[in-house]
Design a protein around this ligand. Structure first.
Ligand SMILES: Cc1ncc(COP(=O)(O)O)c(C=O)c1O
Length: 406
């Protein structure tokens, strides 16, 4: 059913578009028997974790895909990021430079690793760290620079690495949304000291939970392998800089690795289905005034994992009203990176935050639309039609929302 009249909107009492939520996650699902068969050998051998053969196979495969010397599998990307922040701080209590417009978990990862976040403004186009803002934020307390490659664009990695080098600082990337994406024509993975990826079920590659780190640095790889396994004294690697490493349990187990390895084999087909969904949104939103589908970096390979719209001036509703309307229709969506991190509950009390005008502005205007394997092309047509109905009946929708107290 297409909703073409205001009275058909669920927020005004009509039945919702979807009887089960259409998510914003990928939720790739290989054939269940393939999964069980992949896991079976590990299960039969009772080699279920602690660097089992599926994990080792996964690490070899991912290193080859990313073109890096090493891949270190971890229990999730959050722990991978925390480990790197801790390693790079090398026993100091300091600050990690990170974008203010980004994933909400980042400030807490810094705090687990004994650091404070130092929020920087972002580039309007790529939404990644603005190198000029980074350079002016560097000070004696800076222990590392954490860049984020966003779904739409990897950002100015060259500019950031140049600054890191000039100031002799470690730099690493949260590339969670950029699996399968390229920078300057080459797959992300080898561009900084290390890059971190997630294997969470909602991400491009699904290991239920999981993550991995890519790096070309032998010593760093050894330290990470040791750190993820409690930094056990008996296993201490003979490389410099182990004195201040704090260990934890961040091992990936065989059950998750088996799922992720199947997902990796399916990456090409996952991306082409994402591309078809993106095309569906592009076509469906073209005639809708006031919203723009965010474009992906041109000239690069991308994974089309997310569909994000920008709410423009001509759009009749606020961003939050729009989110509310879509959620009531059964779209399991959210505002994209809102609030910015320096305004979030994860921002430590009392830290100095400079003015961050771009992060502030971006934090108010994006909505993530349903994507992934549970969203059909027909669903997308219905969502676009719904947005067209809102756009074409702006004053009436606004008036009724006001009457309802929204
Ligand atoms: C950009 C970004 N970084 C890191 C993470 C953390 O990933 P994980 O769930 O594997 O810990 C997420 C999770 O959504 C994310 O979106």
């Amino acid at each position: 059913m297409l909703k073409t009249h205001v009275q058909e909107l669920a927020i005004f009492g009509a039945p919702p578009l979807f009887d089960s939520p259409r998510p914003i996650g990928q939720l790739d699902a290989p054939d269940f028997s393939d999964y069980v068969n992949t896991l079976k050998e590990a299960y039969d051998r009772r080699q279920l974790t602690d660097g089992g053969f599926i994990v080792r196979k996964l690490e070899n495969k991912f290193a080859a895909v990313h073109g890096t010397k090493h891949c270190i599998a971890v229990a999730n990307a959050g722990l991978g990021i925390t480990m790197l922040i801790q390693l790079f701080a090398n026993g100091r209590k300091g600050e990690v430079i990170m974008p203010a417009f980004s994933y909400r978990g980042l400030p807490h990862f810094a705090q687990w690793a004994g650091q404070l976040p130092r929020f920087c403004d972002v580039d309007r186009q790529t939404h990644g760290l603005d190198p000029i803002a980074v350079e002016s934020a560097i000070n004696v307390r800076t222990t590392s620079i954490l860049g984020v490659c966003n779904f739409n664009d990897p950002g100015d990695i060259e500019g950031l690495t140049r600054i890191a080098k000039r100031h002799d600082l470690p730099i690493f990337l949260d590339s969670v949304y950029a699996v399968g994406s390229t920078y300057k024509g080459r797959l992300l993975g080898p561009f900084t000291n290390a890059e971190v990826y997630s294997l969470h079920a909602t991400k491009l590659l699904n290991g239920f939970e999981g993550g991995y780190i890519t790096t070309n640095e032998d010593d760093l790889a050894e330290k990470l392998r040791w750190q993820r396994n409690f930094a056990l004294p008996a296993l201490q690697p003979k490389v410099p800089g182990t004195r201040n490493v704090i260990g934890l349990n961040a091992k990936l187990n065989e059950m998750h690795a088996a799922m992720a390895i199947l997902s990796l084999d399916r990456m090409g087909s996952i991306i082409s289905r994402n591309c078809a969904r993106l095309e569906g949104y592009k076509k469906g939103l073209e005639p809708v005034d006031g919203v723009t589908l965010l474009p992906y970096a041109s000239g690069e390979q991308v994974n089309y994992q997310m569909a994000v719209i920008e709410i423009g001036r001509e759009w009749p509703l606020t961003r939050d009203q729009t989110v509310h309307i879509l959620r009531t229709e059964g779209a399991g969506i959210s505002a994209y990176y809102s609030p910015p991190l320096h305004r979030s509950e994860h921002c430590p009390a009392g830290i100095q935050v400079p003015t961050l005008p771009v992060a502030e502005e971006l934090g108010q205007k994006f909505v993530q639309l349903p994507v992934g394997e549970l969203t059909t092309l027909e669903d997308i047509e219905r969502i676009c039609q719904l947005l067209a109905t809102v756009s074409g009946n702006g004053p009436a929708v606004r008036k009724r929302l006001r009457e309802l107290g929204f």
